[in-house]
Design a protein around this ligand. Structure first.
Ligand code: UN1
Length: 514
């Protein structure tokens, strides 16, 4: 399948016979040598691309090239590295629409959200360019006369990035744009469900590489492979850092393998995000936030809203408003204007959603709306659903689980402390929010006895975080922080340096050794 935007990006030029390449850097474009892998679009199930997956041997060779490129890149001044990232950002701006169209084709995101995702990449470029001039360490007072103590941050090495289909460009960019200015090289294993997004990114990177001949060609590469590639990356000592985004199950196996060799892993895994809606909330504001967070991206964000914990006195009013809002959701082809809810990624996702709804009903839940497959006025072959709201008790087992689909569980609470307990009483800890006009409640929610999540918001939803903050969460979410704030430190190694500029050799802690 080729389309205009794929030609414009240069994606179509990659096709060799029937196949797209499975390993691409600025230096190499190689067909995979593993099993055949066909991709389809969630929009209508049509075939989008055919690959032969990369093999561990092919990964090994690419890792070698990334190691060699690192030896050059680490000595390139950081602000010069920033210029390369700036060029990538400019090209991403130039090709924003085409890039978004690839996201829509492969991930089924509605166009405004796909454009937003490319914007997230562009924003991270700007952020990383700024960072490239401020990767600073501290100077620390030495206890010894004639001594100076300081810390430096040095490039870490090749970084393995493993990412999911639902943010097929932005998550790579958080890692790659920061890693690059930090002096690392990047080898990326994208989801097998969104390989064209990865190749589209590589077309942009390759353009920047062509314009800047001094930049080593293998500093950024993509490798399309299955689970065995992720496993091989996790076990490979040559990757000091493996950054993985996806399910908790995947993260546990990556974390174990990386941990077994005492490497560093940066994990951004499942969420089970909640909003507390207090009796002091502006309900109309809350309503708009809930709808975007729960049904945006068809409930397929790690930050999607899964649980509403609402004060019993406003529960009925809120549920009525929510059901009414859900009735008017426009579900359909994500390429069409005015559509708000696109398809689920695949049939498996649909089956998982149905199973969760069955469990919820068995556990005493009442479906207030939605959960059905939509077949009218949507492209044939896609899995379109009506987003669902389920009224359920806070202690129902299903509520503990993240189902990557638009199901929203609504439960009630009596007092704010209980609401916070319910909010925290799940295995995951990514994103959370409270809606209240009451200062004390808001501050309690943000306090040490408040939300235990990596993201805790007041009067805004759980999804759609800005790139400037550190992104990630606790418990089964994996503990990693990516993107903004000081997340760059994950991509560097800290070197503490003590320099003696005097003529004596005083020992620390006052030790005399004579
Ligand atoms: C994800 O779903 O893996 O905060 C990331 C958000 C986006 C990122 C989501 N900026 O919803």
């Amino acid at each position: 399948m080729t389309m205009e935007f794929m030609d414009e990006l240069g994606l179509s030029a990659f096709i060799c016979g029937e196949y797209y390449p499975s390993i691409v850097s600025g230096a190499k474009t190689l067909l995979g040598q593993g099993a055949q892998h066909d991709c389809t679009s969630p929009i209508d199930g049509t075939k989008t691309a055919r690959f032969q997956l990369a093999t561990p041997e092919q990964l090994n060779a690419q890792t070698e090239r990334a190691c060699a490129a690192f030896k050059i890149w680490r000595n390139t001044p950081a602000p010069v590295r920033g210029q390369f990232v700036r060029r990538i950002g400019e090209l991403a701006r130039q090709y924003k629409t085409q890039l978004a169209q690839v996201i829509t084709l492969e991930a089924g995101k509605i166009l405004p959200e796909a454009l937003g995702e490319v914007q997230e990449w562009i924003d991270v470029c700007d952020f990383a360019v700024g960072l490239s001039r401020q990767l600073h360490g501290l100077t620390i007072a030495s206890e010894r006369p004639g001594h100076r103590m300081m810390e430096q941050w040095h490039p870490l090495g090749p970084v393995a990035v493993i990412s999911a289909y639902n943010f097929p460009m932005a998550v790579w960019s958080w890692n790659a744009m920061l890693g690059l200015v930090c002096g690392d090289t990047i080898v990326w294993k994208p989801s097998e469900k969104s390989p064209l997004c990865a190749l589209a990114i590589q077309t942009i990177v390759n353009r920047a590489l062509d314009e800047m001949p001094d930049v080593p060609k293998d500093i950024v590469s993509v490798i399309i492979g299955g689970g065995e590639i992720g496993k091989a990356m996790s076990q490979d000592q040559r990757y000091p850092l493996v950054s993985a985004t996806g399910s908790t199950r995947m993260g546990k196996s990556v974390g174990e393998a990386v941990g077994a060799r005492l490497g560093r892993s940066l994990l951004e895994l499942g969420g089970n995000n909640a909003m507390i809606i207090s009796e002091h909330a502006d309900l109309d504001l809350a309503l708009r936030a809930i709808v975007f967070a729960a049904v945006g991206t068809a409930g397929q964000r790690c930050t999607s809203l899964r649980r509403v914990i609402v004060h019993h006195s406003v529960k009925q009013a809120l549920c009525e408003k929510l059901v009414q809002a859900y009735q008017s959701l426009r579900i359909g082809d994500p390429r069409s204007e005015h559509i708000l809810v696109g398809p689920l990624i695949d049939e498996m996702s649909y089956a998982t959603m149905q199973a969760a709804l069955t469990d919820a009903k068995q556990q005493g839940g009442t479906v207030l709306i939605g959960g059905e497959r939509v077949t009218e006025k949507v492209p044939e072959g896609g899995f379109y659903v009506t987003p669902s709201i389920v009224d359920i008790a806070a202690n129902a087992a299903i509520v503990q689980q993240e189902t990557f689909a638009p199901i929203l569980y609504v439960m009630s609470y009596e007092n704010i402390e209980q609401a916070i307990d319910i909010q925290n009483d799940v295995p995951q800890g990514l994103s959370s929010a409270i809606f209240t006009e009451n200062l004390k409640e808001a501050e309690l929610f943000l306090s040490p006895s408040g939300s235990d999540c990596g993201l805790a918001n007041v009067n805004i939803g759980t999804s759609g975080a800005e790139i400037g903050g550190a992104f990630g969460g606790e418990k089964e979410t994996g503990g990693g922080r990516e993107s903004g704030s000081d997340a760059w430190k994950n991509y560097m190694r800290r070197s503490t340096n003590t320099i003696n500029y005097g003529g004596e050799l005083p020992l620390a802690q006052g030790i005399v050794f004579e």
